[in-house]
Design a binder for this molecule. Structure first.
Ligand code: T3D
Length: 262
């Protein structure tokens, strides 16, 4: 059977490739479970120091496989609240909670939950030909996979509402201009640039990078005082890491640091 998510670990980077290209990598149950297993491995395996998420074929991910939701097939209606809680939300939570950088290479269209999984990642690069589509309103649904939260915080209400209500595609270049993603790159450069970014992060001070991710995510909801407290706690922890000692020693010795991720 074809694997729905391909996993490859090299140079500290765990590459997860959504692999249902004939369906634009839309999610069936198997792909949900495989993605979650890959993300869990990223948590558990100390050899993984960064994740690169991408899609096979011409699309990144078209969200839910609507073939699995065909109302014409009859039977009991699927409880979509249950499918979010059981399948989408655990992976979203894993991406956000993982204290290692997650780079996303959006190789083509990212629609519905696929768009929102992409923007939940830490650093998003997209091929210039890619587009982001909040496809939900076209089929009578609401933004999910964290989209209502992320879009509103990143873009503000006017743009979040317009994208969600109209389902108008947002080009990669516009997404970069609006700050929704890190950058749009030439199609043929995407995987090289995304992998170079992931490798560079994987060679970095993993403890400090993970804590940095935690801090920035909490800033969206913390008040200033609470954030100062969190910075204090995170800096205390980072200051106890071997990589901090190595970073300072390397600076003083005028050489490149060799971080070990501890
Ligand atoms: O259900 C729950 O558990 C709740 C959770 C919901 C989360 C969600 O994500 S809901 C939103 C679901 N996604 C969509 O509504 C997007 C549907 N797809 C599209 O709007 C378009 O396909 C795209 C904008 C993504 C891309 O357009 P285009 O013109 O580049 O490609 P296309 O020709 O429409 O699609 C290519 C093939 O992929 C086509 O198959 P075919 O005709 O070549 O055999 C198409 O049917 C298939 N495909 C694309 N999206 C889906 C899909 N098949 C199943 N499910 C899809 N979501």
């Amino acid at each position: 059977m074809t694997e729905t998510v391909l996993e490859a670990l090299a140079d500290g980077v765990l590459t997860l490739t959504l692999n249902r290209p004939d369906k634009l990598n839309s999610f069936n149950t198997d792909m949900h479970l495989a993605l979650r297993a890959g993300l869990q491995r990223a948590h558990d395996d100390a050899k993984v120091r960064a994740v690169l998420l991408t899609g096979a074929g011409r699309g990144f991910c078209a969200g839910q496989d609507l073939g699995d939701r065909d109302p014409r097939k009859g039977g009991e209606a699927v409880d979509l609240g249950h499918t979010l809680e059981t399948y989408y939300n655990p992976s979203l939570r894993l991406i956000r909670a993982l204290e290692k950088p997650v780079v996303c290479a959006v190789n083509g269209v990212a629609a519905g939950a696929g768009a929102n999984i992409a923007i939940a990642c830490d650093i998003v690069l997209a091929a210039k030909s890619a587009k982001f589509v909040q496809a939900f309103s076209k089929i009578g649904l609401v933004p999910d996979a964290g989209g209502s939260w992320l879009l509103t915080r990143i873009l503000g209400e006017p743009r979040a509402k317009a994208l969600a209500l109209t389902a108008e595609p947002l080009s990669a270049e516009k997404a970069a201009e609006w700050g929704l993603i890190w950058k749009a790159v030439e199609d043929e450069r995407l995987m090289d640039e995304a992998m170079a970014m992931a490798k560079s992060l994987a060679a970095g001070p993993t403890v400090g990078l993970g804590l940095t991710k935690r801090l920035i995510q909490h800033a969206a909801t913390n008040g200033f005082d609470a954030q100062l407290d969190l910075e204090r706690d995170c800096q205390r922890q980072a200051g106890r890491s071997a990589d901090y000692a190595e970073g300072v020693a390397a600076f003083l010795e005028k050489r490149k640091p060799h971080f070990k991720g501890r």
